[in-house]
Write a protein that binds this ligand. Structure first.
Ligand SMILES: [Cu+2]
Length: 696
């Protein structure tokens, strides 16, 4: 049984795998009982009663990939922007990157790389994931700034127990995926009483280049280690909590980018208070995230032919933030602030004199405040919030080494001449109204939200492929005069049914003024165009304010046909257009969905699932984005709860070994791979998966 290759032989194997060993199970995209404006994905190993109930529900998603973003992509309205095994970004209703506010373990922070090789969910190994919550519609202002929804990833921890004495608890899991021989193991072990809790958290993951029908996708291997501590104490309704965590990402491939991850060494620290002061509910948090990163174009992928083309980039980002809020009756008021220090230096390891400060001592600060009123009347609930942020960003004058071409030295000097701190004041407004009970539960979210330009968009003076993860093979430069994006949105839906059938459709419209996107660099910027041409792109883009709109619909349907049989389906559609020119927005998911039949009993279930997407022809001509054909694949899953503390699950993805590529998968740039250069990265071929989870 040990040598069993799950998935290589298929359906039969699945069953074998399922009975013998096995897998994770992520189960489910159900709204949290408390809040119909939130979608939650629950992964294995739940400890709370609510989560266990949800887990027993056969609506289940199964996360086989290391990337937690791939799991979120199963939700209605969501999709995966795939830039590498550990570099996926969540897209929600057409928004991705920093347009969504993504929190990990309660912290929000700046990614370290100029191409977002470490988007926030890079720091969420699926094996350590407790749940991910996605707001259905614009996030409330209390979640901080952000143009659209909020995504919250909660890591496993040992919760308080009912007893006065410290009792041990653990929640461990291990998994294997055959497509990339991916191994993952990890979890939490700790002690808790009704007053104290403390646990260690750790995980280790490693995977090889993945297989697809046609060979192996070169430069897609990955490795990641996480370890840390979490502790808390509570007394009389007040809780103090502390989290310390370190992640060491090893060499990991990024075929859609010009370089690969050499390492990320990232430290997280968070101190929180949740309780009351003078009978008013109070929340306080102080947090730090420090990212150290290097990437290069010669270690994981075939090295360039010429020594002059070798590149290694070192980057760092330190985020400090603090927040405080207090509740007075129906009114919550809060303040928050963040400070980010960011550096990116490009070098050639073959030439010590070649050194460019691409983003030199970038400093960003933000001071914000919000007020949010909540109320309830006649079965309707609602809240109305407003927030104000003062944001400042600066960059030191760029420094370059003597081995850098004269044109680049001249551009650095010219950049210094126009370089100055930039400030913006932004305001956001979010109104939400919904019905919590009944068989017809409408919801409506109206919002005006903003996003200031990030460091890349604002301070990118050197024409290189730093685009915050767009991976469109274009060379970009920034513009210090960019204005903040302003989005006006209406998102409405209704949750129908409570019993055997539930149907939860939504429609949305989001109009974004000053949307930031690349447009052709004007001929007046000849030095930039010449340097870009030397770097391989004679038509570089400059980040510019354009006008855009996104609209669409999404929803899910669940039908408990008979007690042992259930049907589930999810559909997502979004259309993204420019309003100021006849073009589509870049990297927008096509119509896509999934449908499954689950058959099972109290302790076990099997599921057959179809996942697919329509072709995407509405592509961005400005970004020279290729179209993509539609595809459908089938998956099989099995879950078995052997005892209250032991759960096994497994499955086969892409059962029929179809060759396909998701529209949002990046375009390959790595030679010596079975994926051609310029081809969209294919999905994994037939692949078996097993996971075993133990809780105590
Ligand atoms: Cu990087």
């Amino acid at each position: 049984m040990k040598k069993l290759k799950c998935g290589s032989a298929l359906a039969l194997t699945v069953l074998l795998c399922g009975t013998a060993l096995v897998m994770p199970e992520v189960a489910l995209a159900q709204p949290e009982a408390a809040d119909p404006l939130t979608d939650t994905i629950i992964v294995t190993g739940q400890r709370t009663a609510v989560a266990l109930e949800q887990q027993a529900d056969p609506v289940a998603g199964h996360a086989t990939a290391a990337d937690a973003a791939a799991l979120v992509a199963q939700l209605p309205g969501a999709a995966l922007v795939n830039n590498g095994a550990l570099s996926g970004q969540v897209q929600y209703r057409g928004l991705f990157s920093e347009r969504l506010s993504v929190h990990v373990g309660g912290q929000d922070f700046q990614s370290g790389g100029p191409n977002a090789m470490d988007p926030p969910l890079h720091y969420v190994p699926v094996i350590l994931l407790d749940r991910i919550t996605v707001s259905r519609g614009a996030a409330p202002v209390s979640d901080g700034p952000g143009l659209g929804a909020a995504v919250n990833a909660r890591l496993k921890q040992v919760g308080y127990s009912d007893s006065a004495s410290m009792t041990p608890a653990l929640d461990l899991a291990a998994s294997y995926r055959s497509a990339d021989d991916g191994l993952a193991a990890g979890g939490v072990v700790g002690l808790a009483s009704d007053t104290y809790r403390v646990n260690a958290i750790a995980s280790w993951e490693e995977g090889d280049d993945y297989r697809f029908p046609g060979g192996k996708a070169g430069d897609t291997a990955y490795s990641r280690l996480v370890y840390g501590l979490s502790a808390g104490m509570r007394h009389a309704g007040n809780e103090l909590s502390l989290d310390l965590r370190r992640q060491e990402t090893g060499k990991s491939g990024n075929p859609p980018f010009p370089m690969d991850i050499d390492f990320f060494d990232t430290n997280f620290a968070r101190l929180g208070f949740d309780g009351s002061i003078a009978r008013h509910a109070v929340k306080l948090q102080l947090a730090y995230t420090g990212v150290r990163h290097a990437m290069d174009n010669y270690t994981s992928r075939p090295a360039p032919a010429m020594p002059a083309m070798f590149r290694r980039t070192d980057a760092s980002a330190d985020t400090m933030n603090g927040s405080a809020s207090i509740v007075f009756g129906a009114l919550q008021i809060g303040a928050d602030a963040s400070w980010v220090d960011h550096d990116v230096t490009i070098r050639n390891p073959n030439n010590a004199a070649f050194e460019i400060g691409a983003f030199e001592r970038v400093r960003q600060s933000r001071f914000g405040g919000f007020a949010q009123l909540s109320g309830e009347t006649g079965g309707w609930q609602g809240d109305l919030g407003v927030r104000l942020d003062r944001q400042r960003a600066s960059m030191a004058d760029p420094q370059v080494g003597s081995g850098v071409p004269a044109m680049v030295q001249a551009l650095a000097t010219a950049t210094a001449a126009g370089n100055r701190p930039r400030t913006d004041t932004t305001w956001d407004l979010v109104a939400r109204i919904w019905k919590q009970e009944g068989t017809v539960r409408p919801r409506l979210v109206l919002s005006r939200k903003t996003r200031v330009p990030n460091a890349i968009e604002r301070f990118g003076w050197l024409p290189v492929e730093a685009s915050g993860g767009l991976a469109d093979r274009n060379i970009y430069i920034g513009d210090q005069n960019l204005k903040p994006e302003v989005a006006w949105a209406a998102e409405a839906g209704v949750d129908l049914g409570e019993g055997a059938v539930t149907f939860r459709p939504s429609v949305f419209y989001r109009r974004i003024d000053d949307y930031i996107q690349g447009t052709p660099v004007p001929m007046s910027m000849m030095p930039q165009i010449m340097i870009a041409t030397m770097n391989g792109d004679s038509t570089p883009l400059i980040f510019s304010n354009i006008d855009a709109e996104l609209y669409g619909f999404d929803g899910d349907l669940a039908w408990q046909i008979v007690p042992a049989l259930r049907f589930d389906a999810t559909v997502s559609y979004v259309r993204g257009k420019r309003r100021d020119a006849p073009d589509n927005l870049y990297r927008i998911a096509p119509l896509n969905g999934r449908a499954s039949l689950t058959y099972g009993g109290e302790d076990w279930s099997v599921k057959a699932e179809a996942v697919g997407a329509a072709r995407q022809r509405k592509v961005s001509s400005f970004n020279e984005e290729p179209t993509s054909p539609g595809w459908v694949i089938a998956n099989l899953w099995a879950d078995w709860r052997i005892s209250p503390s032991l759960q096994i699950s497994g499955g086969v993805e892409n059962v029929f070994d179809r060759r396909y590529a998701d529209h949002l998968a990046g375009i390959n740039r790595v030679a010596n791979s079975d994926v051609a250069v310029g081809e969209r990265m294919p999905g994994v071929g037939r692949s078996g998966f097993i996971r075993i989870g133990v809780t105590y």
